[in-house]
Design a protein around this ligand. Structure first.
Ligand SMILES: [Zn+2]
Length: 293
């Protein structure tokens, strides 16, 4: 796989997870390194093909499929690693991602594949909203939390590197419930993407497209999930909501890992409805149920 040049400095390494290089002469910033050793090797090959050496690894958010290649890259070039707060802690202790997906319990083998569990990486400095200057590189960093606790997007040239703030249409068709830890912030992040003045946006998964187009498809999917969860929730507990939403959205039976991901996303939507005053909660005989407000 060779990199595709999107603008003066931005090169896309397309794949199941998109990795990006910001190249200036013979030096490059790596943004997201993909999944596992393979992800790292893919980035390494793309750097070699461009004759560029990495000067830093940037991380949009601490999902293993986005930073899993970092450790491999760092073994051949010890460069600084940047990531948003909280995500930096997860990267230092990668089992935290499977742990939160397992509701805090020791995660089973199904949550410990390279998709959800990466090699640990020490983060040297934090990425926050604002300008990012490093070794002559100049990027704009946008906070787009919601899909992850802290997630950032980057603007370079006229390209928005949006990570998982938005998804391509094909990805949304395949997975109708985008992963979320905060559903309200996730919608706000997609709306933020829509307002970015850039020619192209690159989602974490899927093909580049104008920001407004990707944001519209993502918002449409999120609104559908939001409405489906709300209408499924009255009198139901989380597992009943899961069952009703799965049927309503014609989602087939999932494997254990995807079940945990979907459960987290549905719980995030329920929480947003509670905080928005649309649902209340009761606990009887050990069962937490939601009620239309
Ligand atoms: Zn993600």
């Amino acid at each position: 796989v060779s990199a595709v040049r999107l603008s003066e400095h931005v090169h896309l390494i397309p794949g199941g997870v998109n990795s990006l290089l910001v190249v200036d002469g013979d030096r490059a910033l790596v943004i997201d390194s993909g999944q596992g050793r393979e992800g790292g090797k893919r980035v390494k090959r793309a750097l070699e093909a461009l004759g560029a050496t990495p000067v830093a690894l940037l991380t949009s958010h601490a999902h293993a499929d986005h930073y899993g290649g970092h450790a491999t890259l760092l073994r051949s070039a010890r460069v600084p690693v940047f990531a948003p707060p909280i995500e930096a802690q997860i990267m230092a202790a990668p089992l935290l991602e499977p742990i939160y997906l397992a509701n805090g319990t020791r995660p089973g083998a199904e949550l410990r594949s390279p998709w959800l569990l990466a090699e640990a990486v020490a983060v040297d400095d934090l990425l926050r909203e604002g300008s990012f200057h490093f070794e002559g590189f100049d990027l704009q960093v946008l906070a787009v939390d919601g899909h992850a606790h802290h997630q950032v997007a980057f603007v370079v040239d006229d390209v928005l590197i949006a990570a998982d703030a938005v998804f391509g249409g094909a990805v949304l068709d395949k997975y109708p419930i985008p992963f979320a830890v905060d559903a309200a912030l996730q919608s706000a992040a997609a709306r933020r993407v829509a307002a970015v003045d850039a020619r192209l946006a690159v989602p974490g998964h899927g093909d580049p497209a104008p920001p407004a187009l990707l944001a519209a498809a993502t918002l449409q999917a999120l609104e559908r999930v939001e409405a489906t969860v709300l209408s499924a929730a009255d009198g139901a507990d989380l597992d009943t909501v899961m069952e009703r939403v799965t049927v309503a959205l014609s989602i087939g039976d999932l494997d254990l890992a995807r079940h945990h991901l979907q459960r987290t996303a549905v719980a995030a939507h329920l929480q947003a409805h509670v905080e928005g005053g649309r649902l209340t909660r009761s606990i009887t005989r050990g069962r937490l149920r939601y009620h239309a407000a």
